[in-house]
Design a protein. Sequence first.
Length: 359
Amino acid sequence: MLDRLKLMESRYNEINELLSSPEIASDVKKLTELSKEQKSLEKVVTLFHEQQKLEASIPDLREMKKSDDAEIALMAEEELAEANKRLAELADEIKVLLLPKDPNDERNVLVEIKGAVGGDEANIFAGDLFRMYQHYAESKGWKIQVDDATPGTAGGYSNISFSISGEMVYSFMKYESGGHRVQRIPVTESNGRIQTSIATVLVSPEATDDDDIELAEKDLRIDTFCSSGPGGQGVNTTYSAVRVTYIPTGDFVACQIARSQHENKATALRLLKTKLKAQRDAEREAKEGAVRQSLVGSGERAEKIRTYNYPQNRVTDHRIGFTINRLDAVIEGKLDLVIQELINEDQKRKLSNEESVRL
């Protein structure tokens, strides 16, 4: 571990020197790449420096502890205990930062929510989940763009897809794929009975140019139709909505949010690339025998991951058996109350796996 930390420190210092050079400053692409790498190294190098500083102070504190001056000896003993405690904390924090990174963690995401089981109530709950993610994105400083939406007849959405862009979006949102179950008295229920409904969520890391996913014209079928989405009167009178079908697999995506057919087509192609990337990643993992972390949604919509119980103001994440009686806060976007628990547990399991490999 020490050798690895020294290499990271050396690379961090090298990047700092490169960023100050005029050649790099004039190369926007290289400047962006190096700045991104610098940021990824900064935290672990900072903790490493704190660890080194503390370790260097230990011998002096041990000597001071032997002092004939009782006050100085007591002070040294307290500082030594505090230093050892902090060193143990630093060791754990550094271990987590040195865990293998998910290559998709820094990517933006495409999210699809569908009302699944429960009719109108499932669609209404799909709308609640969308608003939850909206508020969560706002709290993170992320940007949301709705790409396609089919409103439910009684409210909410039978289907809505949207993109979230910002810093480290997938690293948080990757835990949301699966079935979300709601237990409450629907507004459509006249007898006051609690009903269980399900909406499904699928989160996919967005494809980029680096993924080298080619969409040949011969493999695409482009259909246009009148938009039924938001945007005013014009969307219903022009063929601005676009559906792109990937002929080899039959996969398709649609976009009808923008007024311009050109914009909708560009968005649809981006979404199709993301969908094809997700399939390619799944096929590669299956071929290589890779095992996904159990806490990360597999993309299977039948996988029930969480229950939102309104009468008891309770949210339960079934993957880690975590329950919190703050549903009102979670549904308003304070999703880190749940996601941070998932991240912590995920890190514990990865650390456990790493130790098993060493043994």
